[in-house]
Design a protein around this ligand. Structure first.
Ligand code: OGA
Ligand code: MN
Length: 209
């Protein structure tokens, strides 16, 4: 008996090769236009409901200082928000594809929505994880911006050889190694939505027994 057909991998062999060699890769048409637009609409209604908060706030942080580093506002998407279940299932397929192809041992991911309101907000050069100090291994970012134009700026800049830049256009996915790839978001002059999954290895500090 044949096992039931599995959905196609979201990452083609060429994507996996690029990720292995260059530590990042780009996938256009990740989920399809309709799904990307539906995610954006759900994101916008979450923002209208006041669910997003300025990134990096809290824990005694200085708001002005944080805004100089990053000007987006964000919300974590957990199981309490079933409207994003389809999107979460897409990222889950990425996790499984990476584990199968490269034995990365990714155990789970955290999912976050981020919105740059088009007032020149940016995110200074940074890494998403520091080696040894975190179990974040892979960053995957899905852009939800149907009317993006070059004049909006807001490109993701990757500090790898060749310094590629990525426009945050609708249904585009960028994947990179969280500890290795420094990156920045250029000042954004349009509504800029992104959904990011940080894929994690098991916590190595967790006692085994
Ligand atoms: C981040 C980040 C990049 C982007 O949220 O850590 O670097 O293109 N985002 O939105
Ligand atoms: Mn980042």
């Amino acid at each position: 008996m044949k096992p039931p057909a599995e959905p196609a991998s979201p990452l083609a062999p060429a994507h996996l090769d690029q990720l292995a060699e260059q530590r990042w890769c780009l996938v256009d048409g990740f989920a399809g236009r309709d799904e990307a637009l539906a995610a954006r609409a759900a994101a916008a209604s979450l923002d209208r409901a006041g669910a997003l908060t300025p990134a990096g706030l809290g824990r005694g942080g200085d708001h002005r200082l944080n805004r100089a580093t990053r000007g987006d506002r964000t919300v974590w998407l957990d199981d309490q928000r079933p409207v994003f279940g389809r999107a979460a299932a897409r990222f889950e397929r990425v996790r499984i594809a990476l584990n199968r192809a490269a034995f990365l041992g990714l155990e789970r991911f955290d999912l976050q929505l981020a919105f740059y309101p088009g007032d020149g907000a940016h995110y200074a050069r940074h890494r998403d994880a520091f080696s040894g100090s975190s179990n974040r291994l892979i960053t995957a970012i899905w852009y939800l911006n149907p009317d993006w134009r070059p004049a909006h700026g807001g490109r993701l800049r990757l500090f790898v050889p060749g310094e590629p830049v990525v426009e945050p256009t609708l249904d585009r996915l960028v994947v990179f190694f969280s500890e290795e790839v420094e990156h920045a978001v250029e000042p954004s002059h349009g509504d800029r939505w992104a959904m990011t999954a940080w894929m994690r290895r098991p916590d190595s500090t967790r006692p085994l027994l």
